[in-house]
Ligand binder design. Structure first.
Ligand SMILES: C[S@@+](CC[C@H](N)C(=O)[O-])C[C@H]1O[C@@H](n2cnc3c(N)ncnc32)[C@H](O)[C@@H]1O
Length: 211
């Protein structure tokens, strides 16, 4: 995978308006459900960190981009209120360096759009989740309600990726999750705040469970 120095440097600013317009609340609603031993894939600059509660006792943050990981480490160092145990690991989500059934919860926010192989990533998440464990996700997706927007997402897939750290605006992540060995428990289709722009506005959020 490529490392994105400029995208990492600008990320918090680029998403800041959207965070303040409501995405921060969506993160808090989702992450309030995390508990026990938690793995967050593609943790980026650490915008989820402040939303984990005391129900999380071990937090493992996976971030393969060295520029993102450096910012993530800085944010952790600056935040004394985090759960006791936080570890950062520089690995891609397609090959998780963890034992089978070793996490209670996996978190993915705005990551399945960017990983090289989303099917392999979800298979790896399923492998490391304990039975009854949940993948909590908040992802922008290919539009299912507007064929016109979906076509624009296809057309602009490549240039958008150059601009946005390899992100694919047209990924049908809901279909990938439904086709996986995980059970879709709740997956709401909604929209990110309009401040994010139309191309990546369609969103899914919810929980997918390992039986
Ligand atoms: C749009 S950012 C989202 C960051 C963060 N999750 C958030 O919600 O703000 C996408 C993140 O996915 C990471 N990423 C890209 N490819 C990945 C892979 N194969 N495995 C895990 N993370 C990856 C990127 O480095 C980046 O930090």
């Amino acid at each position: 995978m490529r490392h994105h120095r400029i995208f990492a440097a600008l990320y918090d600013k680029m998403i800041g308006l959207c965070e303040r317009a409501g995405f921060r609340d969506a993160r808090a609603d989702l992450l309030g459900q995390a508990h026990g031993r938690v793995l967050e894939i593609g943790a980026g600059t650490g915008l989820n960190l402040s939303h984990y509660t005391a129900d999380v006792d071990d937090l493992v943050l996976l971030e393969p981009d060295r520029f993102m990981a450096a910012r993530l480490r800085d944010r952790i160092a600056a935040d004394p209120s985090l759960p006791a145990s936080v570890t950062v690991i520089n690995e891609p989500a397609e090959h998780l360096p963890f034992d089978d059934e070793s996490f209670d919860c996996v978190v993915s926010t705005l990551v399945l759009c960017t990983v090289d192989d989303p099917e392999q990533t979800v298979a790896e998440v399923a492998r490391v989740l304990r039975p009854g464990g949940r993948l909590l996700c908040l992802e922008h997706v290919r539009s299912s309600s507007s064929e016109r927007l979906a076509r624009w997402q296809d057309r602009l897939d490549l240039p958008w990726g150059w601009f946005a750290g390899g992100c694919h605006p047209n990924r049908d992540t809901a279909r990938i999750l439904r086709a996986s060995r995980l059970d879709v428990e709740s997956l709401d289709h909604g929209e990110m705040p309009k401040e994010i722009g139309p191309l990546i506005r369609p969103m899914i959020s919810g929980a997918v469970t390992k039986a």
